[in-house]
Design a protein around this ligand. Structure first.
Ligand code: GMT
Length: 377
């Protein structure tokens, strides 16, 4: 029987992988008997139905007339402290250094040293914000003052040391998937809505930020479609979407590209696809590649950041340097044209997702960190 902990979780509730990881982790911890309190500005989008061990506390920001900007960070710090005191939390597990780890540090000052702070770094908090002189020292402080710090890839750990010169030990805890979510058979009717039986479906799923190189996704798809009749399914929304629609029109591919917007059931969408394209400029982990792998869908992507720690080149996907569109398209064509090779890659991905990134094992890793920091007091 594990010792039941009271854990507060703060994250970006709607923004991509870090919110997904934080929410799924909270749900798993609650299933394991811990009491979990989400403290965010909106209900995390994957939180789903009622669970007796999960509580949600909304951060409300004052819009007092002298404030030029609503002070979200201060309101969050205060709410973290309030909930920690009221619910007698053992731990605050915060995802992203900015502002969550900084706010947790402030909350700890208000509550006392018995409240332990675990910070998980997800990527852009270091790879972009860590370079920003207006934030760097604050991020360094937040990391240094955390009782434990984790990062989602070896690559991100190395970059954090390089950018911040931190001496704080950072533990590697990979992102995870629950293999159970991916065992449902592919829905043939759904697939038929997008492609004929002899056509392939290529998927890109992201928040359409410039770092995702959406223009490369379209060019790679154009290269694939020249050789193998295919459709491109886009899932998600973001700043680059309007440009993408324009580029698709210019290339006369409109009838071949489908925009599904934001989707909750990621496993079902992945079930539609034959390949995932992830040609990002940078990616600390690439959760979507892991989700695709779990669903037996190989990734064609860039060999940058933490992606090679998830996708094994030539085993369960193919990786090429950032911007090498033709090489990526050629890899995709190779896989889509050779059903035996495709089958091997698909199976290797499913096996790797289960063996290396299964939710149960990763949640235990976080639990061990929680016990270590609480017992250290
Ligand atoms: O990729 C994004 O733009 C979203 C971002 C986020 O904050 O959720 O993703 C980051 O965290 C994910 C979960 O750990 C990682 O899988 C993504 O690779 C990482 N994104 C970047 O490093 C650009």
């Amino acid at each position: 029987m594990v010792k039941r902990l009271k854990i507060g979780i703060s994250c970006y509730p709607t923004l991509g992988g870090s919110g997904v990881v934080a929410t799924e982790l909270g749900k798993m911890l609650a299933e394991r008997g811990h009491e979990v309190h989400f403290i965010t500005d909106r209900m995390p989008f994957r939180l789903g139905q009622f669970h007796s061990n999960i509580f949600y506390h909304e951060v409300e920001v004052s819009d007092y007339y002298v404030f030029r900007y609503p002070p979200y960070d201060l309101a969050l710090a205060n709410k973290l402290a309030q909930v920690a005191k009221q619910e007698k939390l053992d731990i605050l597990h915060v995802h992203y250094a900015v502002p969550h780890a900084i706010c947790a540090y402030l909350a700890k000052q208000m509550v006392g040293d018995h409240l332990k702070v675990v910070t998980t770094l997800h990527g852009t908090d270091i790879t972009i914000l860590g370079h920003d002189p207006s934030l760097r020292d604050l991020i360094r402080l937040a990391i240094h003052q955390s009782d434990a710090v984790t990062a989602v890839s070896q690559d991100l750990i190395a970059e954090t040391y390089e950018v911040l010169g931190n001496e704080k030990p950072i533990e590697l805890v990979y992102n995870f998937v629950d293999p159970q979510d991916y065992i449902a058979p592919v829905n043939p009717q759904l697939r038929a809505q997008f492609a004929k039986p002899n056509e392939k479906i290529v998927l890109h799923m992201s928040n359409f930020r410039p770092v995702k190189r959406i223009s490369d996704v379209i060019d790679i798809f154009a290269g694939i479609h020249k050789e193998v009749p295919s459709h491109l399914v886009f899932v998600g929304e973001g700043p680059e979407l309007a440009k993408a629609v324009h580029q698709v029109k210019e290339l006369d591919l409109t009838s071949r590209v489908h925009y599904l917007g934001k989707q909750n059931n990621v496993a079902e969408v992945i079930g539609l696809a034959d390949l995932l394209l992830l040609p990002s400029e940078k990616e600390s982990f690439g959760l979507v590649a892991l989700e695709a792998m779990a669903g037996g869908v190989p990734t064609i992507g860039s060999n940058t950041g933490g992606i090679p720690e998830v996708v094994n080149h030539g085993v369960n996907g193919y990786l090429a340097p950032v911007g090498h569109i033709e090489e990526m398209a050629a890899y995709a064509v190779r896989l889509l044209s050779d059903s035996a090779l495709y089958h091997d890659f698909s199976l290797a991905g499913i096996q790797r997702a289960r063996a290396q990134f299964s939710a149960a094992a990763i949640v235990e890793q976080y639990e061990r960190i929680y016990y270590k920091v609480t017992e250290a007091s």
